[in-house]
Design a protein around this ligand. Sequence first.
Ligand SMILES: Nc1nc2c(ncn2[C@@H]2O[C@H](COP(=O)(O)OP(=O)(O)OP(=O)(O)O)[C@@H](O)[C@H]2O)c(=O)[nH]1
Length: 889
Amino acid sequence: MTLSRLALLQATASTRSQRLCFAARGFHTSVLRRNDTTSVPRRTRNIGIIAHIDAGKTTTTERMLYYSGFTRRLGDFLPASIRLSHTYHSPSDVDEGSTVTDFLPAERARGITIQSAAITFSWPPAGPEAPESSTSTPARLSSHSHSINLIDTPGHADFTFEVLRSLRILDGAVCILDGVAGVEAQTEQVWRQANHYDIPRLVFVNKLDRDGAAFARTVREVGTRLGVWPAVCQIPWWREADSKLQGVGDVIGMRALLYSEGGDGKAMQVFDLASLHEYHGEFAAELGRARVALVELLSEHDDDMVEKFLEAEEDHLAISEVDIVNSLRKLTCAKPQPITPLFSGASFRNIGVQPLLDAVVDLLPAPEERPDPDTKIGDRHMGLNQLLSGSVNLQPPPSKKPGKGRAVQPNKATMSLKNVETCALAFKVVNDAKRGVLVYVRVYSGRIGRNTSLFNTNLNVTERPSRTLRMYANQAVDVESIAAGQIGVLPGLKFARTGDTLMAYTGANPKVGPPPPLNSLQLRPIAVPPPVFFASVEPNSLSEEKHLQDQLALLLREDPSLHVAQDPDSGQTHLSGMGELHLEIARDRLIQDLKAKARIGNIQIGYRETITNTSSQQEAIFDRDIAGKSAKAGSTAVVANVSDVDPRPDQIELDDNNVLSLSFPDLDDDGTPLAEDGRSLPENLPIEVVRSALQSGVSAALGRGPSFSFSMHSTHISLTFDITNHLFDSTTPAALSSAARLATTRALKDAASLSGAVLMEPVMIVTISVDAPSLGAVVHDISSARGGQIISLDGEDDDLAYDAIDPKRIYTPPDPFGGSGSGVEGLGEMKGMRQITARVPLKEMVGYLKHLRSLTAGRGTFVMRVDQFERMNAQRMKIVVGEMRGSFE
Ligand SMILES: Nc1nc2c(ncn2[C@@H]2O[C@H](COP(=O)(O)OP(=O)(O)OP(=O)(O)O)[C@@H](O)[C@H]2O)c(=O)[nH]1
């Protein structure tokens, strides 16, 4: 018998028919203790909250912080312990714009979450008020205080990259659904991304207090649209008289929690099954049915549960709470996840949040229980621990050119692994008005202390944090160090950007860093999606230019899905991003928060250019002074469309499907002259430096197409650096880069002059949710007026559709508003909202939300992502070019 159940029964023994009124275990508020034992990895949970926009992520997070004792009032801006020294008074809640996690001014103004904030708190609360029962009895994990690092992720489609960036450092996630809207398009998108990273997930069906709440339908949609069996662990408890949500039934612990109406949710009445039978017999019977369904579902996937069931003499209700939790935990952390534990409530009404927190601790994994983190060196992937244990051969393959292979010292690379002390991933950079730039890191091995030298493997620089902090929303607390499995914050770093890998390495000159190939190690690399919108940025005056460039650089450190390109001829700066809202927010951040004095032009679509012809060979010799010193270098370029060139094994993949092939006719792979008496590269120009300088020159040239100044797409560049004609005494990396840029630009112009430019446009995969009566009008609008192509209705022909889950086999309790529980008759209601998936050019989607709303009486929503860039036909190009000319005038 578990302690909580024991306590419950003791309490019920005296006045069995009376209802009990006490704060349930772990549901106390208490003083937050920062130096408790919760930094132990197995007592840590790194979790995120994911969902569709407005599902209630921020409200639920606020409640979590409140119940954990982190804030003293619902919606308090500052954590309780820090607030004591401030005289800060704030209104409450998202609607009033004062929540803890949405703290950027732009977020407050818009009432949506833009940047994910990382917050640490304890659950159950640590400190003297924490329950003492836990240490002696191995009951549920949630009877011990755990440290929860919570990342609040944004729900808007424009911030998908921000969600991805957070997902990769999470060990688990809570997916919040709106109990009225059900599974929405953005949720599906994020769910799939979480599948990609194998993130164990729980579901919380929120907003069940609202009229029209449909728990049963939402549960079934979890199965049919997210492709995972919903394991209903908590059912809503509707009031008999008026069907208002009053509490929840805990299917794991077989008890019911009754919340007082209008209360803060801390105190609740707890009924065990016997007293529930007396109080609300029908609900007690439903709780029993839910338990049967849960045990049946677990048994289908977990043989241990079958055994427990047999041990319990086939009585579903007799299986212990701990056995249920163990089975749920095992299946939640399985790869792929076959079931998702599902909870219910209404965080705005303070119902159901504490059991959800218990579930986070009980069912989601500790960092050490997660698979070995994906690591990349060159183009090879491996687990970090696998790498650090020395079981990966890091030797480069022998040179293919005969007779020129250099003997590599055996085990040299492997030996250097023992010097890797720490590996961490910078997953977020924020410019804090008070503390300067803060870099959020997740540490994967070792620990980061104050002054640890960190080598940035993306930028090849070493830097040291001035302090090590834990972040409590926008409040920072100093800590000695940040250990493996933890999330922390480093101030004082000047270069680290979101997504960079940081490594502490002993025994090397900090300026040089670890030896190759370790110096290129990447933790959990992600591909940055292509930007599809841009706007010009111009300083208000010349004197503002430097400040503007600094602030743009900061913006890019914060958000690598933004791009800044400078046109060397016009001097114009272009800021590009993934969506209209993305750029609008970037603009606000630049002007309002970072105080850049600049004008931002209209937001326009970022088309691409391509070529259909192969250029002639174009040679360029760069010969000019750079920083007062003469600099000279040369190179030769030929460009073609990628489809016209056979792929080479050593080609370099660049952004936008561009490909670079570098040729060194008189050098070996490692830079050694092929001829015995051949000229070699000078010491200050090793082959890696030459390669990287040439590549950066080519990338710069590709940023500006020959006809419309859009970036190039699907272009193959053959660049030749021949030591006899292109290397001079004054050759420097900067000169090499300039020569490569010049040669590539000339080749692009030559190719375009032969056949004219071709524009490419972003084509999106659009998922639209509409009410059934509007379906016809929306489909017609997409396919005729917008030139879109319908791919599927209700995900039927979608490649990604899940077909293994039969909604008739999903258990659900009945809904109070006419909906029904399990059974075929309940399925008709799922047709309430229909889903259209289509491919549509982005140009046709600009301003679409407003139009969709008018077609659907305000009920339609959509999300979209880039499918690919496609060549425009001549007629379409004429229209687009005409419009562009108009907008340029
Ligand atoms: N009735 C009801 N309203 C809720 C509940 N939870 C949240 N809301 C309301 O729903 C709206 C959106 O809530 P948020 O918490 O900001 O949602 P979010 O998911 O964080 O939204 P984004 O940050 O924009 O993605 C607000 O008006 C909340 O007050 C609930 O349980 N019941």
